[in-house]
Design a protein around this ligand. Structure first.
Ligand code: ATP
Length: 201
């Protein structure tokens, strides 16, 4: 008797504002055996390893975009901080590269019910159209600000500035199939378990 091909895994996204606790939540899903694609990590990897993307970054930012093959994050962060147009152009080349790579990664996963793609800007980049479901992690703004001040050792102003480039939480939750409240009061584990059970069905 021929073996039944295993069902392809669902592709689930997980997003939320900066400091909402996306990564923390993903660590719980990983403990349940779910593979997680961390878009930030892979974006940095692609910027240093994908020659087509590198060429586009060179064209956009000039030869100082890389120093000895290393992505010149300090220079590019300074340019996009001052010039929002450049930020949009960088996003317009980086997001499709990450989307393509994450799709390939997803297609290589075997014998799992679903995979997760963790990214801060899924909705802002229109990425939810490629997903079967979207989880949004939420936390009150003041808590998020304090978490990033503590985690990254930055000022309150810098934390607020970082948040300003993202859609407000009230907009993000409109796109959510599942919500996780990470306000420091509600326990994360039962919320993750509940979603996991639904996704298994
Ligand atoms: P970013 O968008 O900046 O990557 P994130 O949404 O992935 O942030 P995390 O890095 O998971 O957020 O969390 C931000 C900080 O808050 C971390 O230092 C994390 O340990 C802490 N944190 C997250 N959730 C909780 C919680 N429920 N209780 C205490 N600390 C938490």
């Amino acid at each position: 008797m021929s073996e039944q091909p295993s069902k392809p895994p669902l592709r689930v996204g997980i997003t939320g504002g900066i400091g909402s606790g996306k990564t923390t939540v993903c660590h719980i899903f990983e403990a349940l055996g779910i593979p997680v694609y961390y878009a930030d990590y892979w974006a940095k990897w692609l910027l240093e390893n994908d020659p087509i993307l590198q060429k586009k970054v060179f064209d956009l930012f000039g030869e100082n975009a890389y120093i000895n093959g290393k992505y010149n994050k300090a220079l590019i962060a300074e340019i996009v901080f001052k010039t929002p147009q450049k930020r949009s152009e960088l996003n317009a080349i980086a997001h499709p590269a990450v989307e393509q790579h994450s799709k390939e990664w997803h297609n290589q996963q075997r014998n799992v019910p679903y995979t997760l793609k963790e990214a801060a800007l899924i909705i802002e980049s229109g990425g939810q159209q490629w997903l079967d479901a979207l989880i949004v992690v939420t936390a009150p703004e003041e808590i998020r600000i304090n978490r990033i001040i503590k985690r990254d050792g930055i000022t309150r102003e810098a934390a607020i500035h970082r948040m300003a480039s993202q859609l407000p939480e009230s907009e993000k939750i409109k796109y959510a199939n599942f919500l996780i409240h990470n306000d420091g009061q509600k326990l994360l584990l039962p919320q993750v378990w509940n979603i996991h059970q639904k996704l298994l069905r």
